[in-house]
Design a protein around this ligand. Structure first.
Ligand code: ADP
Length: 982
């Protein structure tokens, strides 16, 4: 087959490869190469690259052009494509043997304009990040006007598009502009300020310092603190990859991410910024991930582009009272240079791109991020938080890459605008849990038993997605395996298990029978509880000897293992093994102590009000002793910690745990606290329901969850009292419940299902853009009967999740609609939908867009549709069903008299498919809308549709934008049939 034929035959695949990401970048890179090879003239380039025109149309124009230009151009085109998309999925072109190779145009170029053209691909990447400097040079030389500059800088363009616009403008200005630009680039290269430069040779003292720093980083990162007191487990032996996800818009463009991708280019949204944020809930493994990066760097196995890595903990920076300069911060907090401080620091200043800073736990810093106080001199002293904020925003040490971790709640818009990118750490995947448990238990039979017990308790399995909970469960395997039916269900259960485990591990009287273990250690619990409680409201996570003394914490209490010594503090300080453990002890104190104020519980649950007034610290602090109150130091960190504490308070006051408090606290006091919590939860829910707007006439009553709603649901779940759940839901009257972008994972699904199953009337449950996954789907099953529609777009669901969902859905009479756009579904799930369609004759809408369904899957669906008499909406946008799939569906849908809406957009459907679809149009009495955009239907196919429409008055529109039609054909067909939309 000639390359020309290949271009024609593979047209649909090539178009998909070039355009399916939605970004014009691939097409533009191909054009750069063809221009540089002088295979396209300037005019031809402009005819292809029409601004504002649809990407697919531009790509088609290019394909038409290269085809007409003949074999040589086609060969070069395919070679360019291969270079840019070396492993484009689904592009079946076999390139070997029939390709021209791309030659570098190395012959002498007579003019600068010529050089700009032939070097275009590399210049585009070279200019990114320095277009401003280049524009400045052109402006100063009088060759560019400010209007030219503004045009290049238009913010709608990506940095590479800005670089291309710059080159195009320079071309139009002639030879002297081209010369100026080349000179500028050359100077830039010589001064070594681009990232692509060679690594410099550092001075001798610097190399010594580098060794000292890396051995200190290595020593600090080779053990995990949670294993410190119990067993010496090295990070290498226990580290398990967590799931990393990029910001929502580009999550799909890259496969699974490894730790190194955090500093890599994937998902970059702002090339100019230096700071990468890793966000994740408490216990999701942020600190451990950083620790892993530190260790890999120190060993020389990763991040080797960085000569120095400076690790910081915000928790420890809190206790730095002095004002410091950046130089002092680096050297005093990380590693002290033995000699030539100035020389080493100068090298750092001169080579910022070779340096990496990491800041763990920004949410634990006492001050909230602000970019008001600007500082740009690295030798000027300032409070540490001011230094930190200026480093993050790039006014200090521009070019140094910074990685910051934080809980999502602490990241506001003022920080977001300074981010290079954001990476979400989601905890362990199901296989990660498996892997972690096997690593934790060297005895494979124990590991197998733990995993088996997790499989039988899916609520607990859901909890184990959080690494800290997975660690506790593995740590407490004896308790877990010994508890039979009473195996933990809630987060509180899991923490009670570790409490018992640690207390009894040390106990001389292991024989303490029944529930006496808490009573035996009550004093320890109260001491640690007081320490946790009194300091949590003041964002204090590190405790001095004086703090311990004030709260009565003894040596014996410390030896229980909940507290560990803080690393790198000048004198002995302690912290809890994990911040969530501090929250748990604070909750224990609230439940057990005689000294807390009666308003403590209501204040704890009134988080929203506290946050609104911006005084959370001060308000919560008012139920603390006055010595611990600090005014005006409220940070976003407190809300999540107080939320977690409140969740534990709910759990501890559950009826199931009442017997624990016997002999520890008067039962009347406990009962009063239970009533207080129940009242707070009910009141909290009411507030959310009151925020529901009255529906516009004809529309459904809909509630969009406000912040705090999911947290309240989780508190109700912790209480495990259906009476409270029922009471909370009895007042909720909505048709649609929207919980999109709410960070809902399996744990939240368990709680949601527990509470929502008590709704009086069925609702549409919209959970789009969360992390439900297959385990979460399973957790939702108990509330399926009250869901009339389930929206689970973009939720990492696979065929296995669908199998379970459908098995339950078939039994639920109310369940009528499902939307699963953008998950991980393949043909394997279609047999379940087929079964659903056959069985449920009241099912209305099936939307499976943007998955991986091929013609085989479409045939399976058709099998089910053959027997279905109810389906009204069928959406398969962005799959790969092709002509064969469209034909299979058309054969059965021809006789449907219920189908109203059908989308086969973006499915590689050609004219054969269109011909088959015309048969539905001919026969259907119900169909109103068909979406066929972004396919490869030609004139012949559209002719069939037009003919079919002549016999049909029901169909209102057929969308055909971006198919294989010339503008003239589009014009003509629009004239002939107004219901065709192009
Ligand atoms: P975060 O910083 O998000 O609060 P941590 O990194 O402190 O969470 O994790 C809490 C605990 O969970 C760790 O001490 C460790 O026991 C366990 N853990 C977290 N991530 C991992 C991982 N990737 N591999 C093994 N264990 C982990």
């Amino acid at each position: 087959m000639s390359v020309q034929e290949l271009v024609l035959k593979q047209r649909a695949e090539i178009l998909h490869a070039l355009c399916s990401s939605g970004s014009a970048e691939h097409l533009e890179q191909v054009l750069d190469i063809l221009l540089a090879q002088e295979e396209l003239s300037w005019e031809e380039y402009q005819n292809v690259q029409v601004p504002g025109r649809a990407l697919y149309t531009n790509a088609r124009q290019l394909l038409d052009l290269v085809h007409t230009k003949g074999v040589d151009t086609c060969g070069l085109f395919l070679a360019a494509l291969k270079q840019i998309l070396p492993d484009a999925k689904g592009v079946g072109f076999s390139l070997s043997g029939c390709l021209s190779s791309l030659e570098g145009k190395e012959e002498y170029q007579s003019t600068s304009s010529q050089t700009l053209l032939t070097q275009r691909p590399s210049l585009v990447s070279e200019l990114q990040g320095c277009t401003d400097g280049a524009l400045q040079a052109l402006l100063i030389s009088g060759l560019f006007t400010t209007a030219d500059c503004d045009d290049v800088r238009l913010p709608i363009h990506t940095p590479s598009q800005q670089a291309r616009r710059l080159l195009d403008h320079v071309r139009s200005k002639g030879e002297s502009a081209a010369k100026t630009l080349l000179q500028y680039i050359q100077q830039k290269q010589e001064s070594g300020s681009t990232l692509t430069q060679e690594k410099p040779t550092p001075p001798k003292e610097f190399v010594k310092y580098q060794k000292k720093l890396s051995s200190s980083v290595s020593a600090q990162s080779c053990f995990l603190s949670t294993y410190g007191g119990t067993s010496h487990m090295s990070l290498d032996d226990i580290y398990t990859e967590g799931e990393l996800e990029l910001g929502h818009d580009c999550a799909d463009a890259y496969g699974s991410l490894g730790p190194e991708d955090i500093v890599g280019t994937a998902g970059t949204v702002n090339e100019e910024a230096d700071t990468v944020l890793v966000s994740g809930e408490a216990g999701s493994g942020k600190s451990t991930l950083l620790q892993r990066l530190h260790l890999l760097w120190a060993r020389g196995t990763a991040l080797q582009d960085f000569l120095l890595l400076f690790p910081f903990s915000c928790r420890r920076l809190n206790s730095e009272q002095r004002e410091l300069s950046v130089q002092e911060l680096l050297f005093q907090h990380c590693c002290w240079p033995d000699r030539e401080q100035e020389e080493i620091f100068q090298f750092i200043l001169d080579h910022p791109h070779l340096i990496l800073f990491t800041f763990d736990g920004l949410d634990e810093l006492k001050q909230s991020f602000s970019d008001e106080h600007r500082l740009c001199c690295p030798t000027q002293r300032a409070p540490v938080h001011v230094l930190l904020f200026n480093l993050i925003q790039g006014s200090l040490m521009k070019g140094v890459r910074k990685v910051v971790t934080s809980r999502p709640e602490a990241v506001g818009p003022s920080l977001k605008k300074h981010l290079r990118k954001e990476v979400f750490l989601k905890g362990f995947s199901p296989s990660g849990i498996d892997c972690f448990v096997k690593k934790h238990h060297s005895d494979p039979t124990v590991a197998a038993k733990v995993l088996e017990s997790l499989q039988t308790n899916t609520a607990l399995l859901g909890l184990c997605h959080s690494p800290v909970l997975c660690w506790i469960v593995s740590q407490c395997h004896k308790e877990l395996l010994g508890c039979g039916e009473g195996s933990p269900q809630t987060i509180t259960d899991v923490y009670l298990m570790i409490l018992q485990h640690f207390l009894q591990r040390q106990s001389s009287q292991k024989s303490t029978v029944g529930l006496g273990w808490l009573h035996e250690h009550l004093q320890t619990v109260l001491h640690l509880g007081r320490l946790a409680f009194e300091l949590i409201g003041t964002t204090c996570y590190i405790f001095s000897g004086a703090d311990l003394e004030t709260c009565g914490v003894t040596e014996k209490d410390i030896s229980m293992g909940f507290l560990i010594q803080s690393k790198d503090m000048s004198s002995t300080h302690y912290e809890f093994l994990h911040v969530t453990l501090q929250c748990f002890f604070a909750a224990l104190y609230i439940v057990l102590s005689n000294n807390t104020d009666r308003s403590t519980i209501p204040k704890l649950f009134e988080l929203k009000d506290l946050r609104e007034t911006g005084l959370s610290s001060a308000c919560f602090g008012s139920c603390l002793p006055s010595t611990y109150q600090q005014e005006g130091e409220a940070t976003a960190a407190e809300t999540p910690n107080l939320q977690i504490t409140a969740t534990f308070v709910s759990g501890l006051l559950s009826q199931r745990h009442q017997s624990l408090w016997l002999h520890c606290c008067p039962s009347a006091v406990v009962e009063k606290r239970v009533r207080q919590v129940a009242k707070c939860l009910s009141k909290g829910m009411q507030k959310h329901f009151k925020s529901i707007p009255q529906p516009v006439e004809g529309e459904k009553k809909s509630m969009h969850a406000m912040p705090g709603f999911v947290w309240l649901i989780k508190c109700i779940y912790e209480m495990q009292e259906s009476r409270i759940a029922k009471d909370a839901m009895s007042k909720l009257e909505v048709d649609h419940l929207k919980l999109t972008y709410c960070n809902i994972g399996p744990v939240e699904c368990t709680a949601l299902a527990y509470v929502l199953q008590h709704l009086k009337n069925p609702v549409g449950l919209q959970l789009d853009n969360n992390s439900v996954g297959d385990v979460g789907v399973e957790q939702l099953l108990p509330c399926m009967h009250i869901c009339n529609s389930l929206y689970l777009r973009n939720n990492n669901i696979t065929d296995e999740g669908i199998r379970k969902l459908i098995a339950k859905g078939i039994q639920c009479d109310n369940f009528r609609k499902i939307a699963l756009f953008n998950n991980k579904l393949t043909d394997a799930c279609t047999q379940h939908f087929s079964h659903l369609l056959k069985t449920k004759q009241n099912f209305l809408a099936l939307r499976l867009g943007n998955n991986n369904i091929t013609a085989e899957g479409a045939k399976q669906l058709a099998e089910g549709l053959k027997f279905n008499h109810s389906l009204q909406y069928l959406g398969l946008w962005g799959n790969k069903i092709g002509d064969a799939g469209a034909e299979a569906l058309a054969r059965v849908l021809e006789s449907s008299n219920t189908l109203v809406w059908l989308s086969l957009a973006g499915n590689g459907v050609g004219s054969r498919g269109a011909r088959a679809l015309a048969n539905i149009i001919k026969n259907s009495t119900s169909l109103e809308e068909i979406w066929l955009i972004e396919n490869c239907i030609t004139r012949a196919g559209v002719e069939c549709l037009i003919q079919a429409l002549e016999h049909n008055t029901h169909v209102k529109s057929i969308c055909l934008r971006n198919n294989d039609l010339t503008p003239e054909e589009v014009e003509e067909m629009t004239q002939r049939e107004s219901r065709l939309i192009f």
